[in-house]
Design a protein around this ligand. Structure first.
Ligand code: MEV
Length: 330
């Protein structure tokens, strides 16, 4: 039995545009997905999930066929998504170890699902690490990031950037532009506050929506490029530790994402509650459509304001996690 964990993340700047080769800056946060992998005597895969902010579930499958008697007490799309990601992770492992050993995979996570905090990337990264170690192979975090990216790319119909998986595998603050993925060593700790509306967005549909707009209207393509410009300016503000300017760029980035149709009423309500409370900046994080916002505020005011904002289910401070994927026990 091998247990590995990997962190969730927030996009400080640049989601969606990163899919089209613009840069993005993300940081890993101290909320983790933990995956336990136990090799089996047969070639079947059993996936059990707990604490995915929903009731747990348990499914078993072989040859791509899900067991009809599976104990499923959550909506099927969530189960299908989780099975898709774990299936992809196991495929990667089988490619490396050249073996069709089955696994029992148990997922525990304190990252809300589909809420913009990188839950799926963290699950895939931790699953690849746990299952390869269970087979006696230790991969470098960069290789895990690359393989996890291939899984996300397949599950999201070829519309994924390397950002989420690289950030989860490496930890800390990262910059991703196309295939160029780097950790930002000198990055300051930012006073980040998260607001969560209890919902989730459909990443595939949201990414496809932006692509459609971008293909139809030149000004939407310009909006995507403008996000890239905001990120480049934000990188300089981050290096200068100019939080005021960085916050202003987060606000700007939210406006551009809104124009691309990926915000929502509850995300906007939380963003405005944070700004009214004096946050230096606030924006949605991740694919949008529902889920989380991230705000910059060294005072307790944004967290308090979010707790009283209708539509906000949970507000919490997010600490930068400098650890990426790590083994918890072998
Ligand atoms: C989703 O967390 C972030 C997006 O930019 C998609 C991606 O980068 O794969 C919307």
């Amino acid at each position: 039995m091998t247990v590995s964990s990997a962190p969730g993340k927030v996009y400080l700047l640049g989601e969606h545009a990163v899919v089209y080769g613009e840069p993005a800056v993300l940081c890993a946060i101290e909320r983790r997905a933990t995956v336990t992998a136990t090799a089996r005597d047969d070639d079947r895969i059993r996936v059990q999930a707990r604490d995915l902010t929903i009731d747990g579930f348990s499914v078993e499958y072989g040859d791509g066929v899900v067991d009809e008697t599976a104990d499923i007490d959550v909506p099927h799309p969530l189960v299908e998504a989780a099975v898709g990601y774990v299936d992809g992770a196991i495929e990667q492992v089988r490619e490396i170890v050249d073996d069709s050993t089955g696994f029992t995979i148990t997922i525990e996570s304190d990252i809300p699902l589909g809420a913009g905090l990188g839950s799926s990337a963290a699950v895939v990264v931790a699953a690849i690490d746990a299952a390869t170690r269970e087979m006696g192979v230790e991969l470098a975090p960069e290789e895990i990031a690359d393989r996890a990216y291939r899984v996300e790319h397949d599950v999201q119909d070829g519309q994924a950037s390397r950002a989420d998986t690289f950030c989860s595998a490496m930890g800390g603050t990262v910059r991703v532009e196309g295939v160029d993925c780097q950790t930002i060593e000198e990055s300051p700790r930012l006073p980040l506050v998260i607001g969560y509306d209890g919902g989730a967005g459909d990443t595939g549909a949201l990414v496809a929506g932006v692509r459609g707009l971008k293909d139809e209207y030149d000004f939407a393509a310009d909006t995507v490029r403008a996000i890239g410009d905001a990120v480049r300016t934000g990188e300089r503000a981050l290096a200068d530790e100019n939080r005021q300017e960085f916050g202003r760029l987060m606000d700007f980035n939210h406006g551009l994402l809104s124009a691309l149709g990926v915000s929502s009423r509850s995300l906007d309500a939380m963003v405005w509650a944070a700004r009214d409370a004096g946050a230096l900046g606030a924006k949605l994080t991740g694919a949008g459509g529902g889920g989380c916002i991230v705000a910059l505020d060294p005072t307790p005011d944004t967290e308090t304001a979010l707790q009283y904002t209708p539509g906000c289910e949970e507000a919490f401070r997010a600490e930068l996690d400098r650890d990426g994927v790590r083994v918890e026990s072998e």
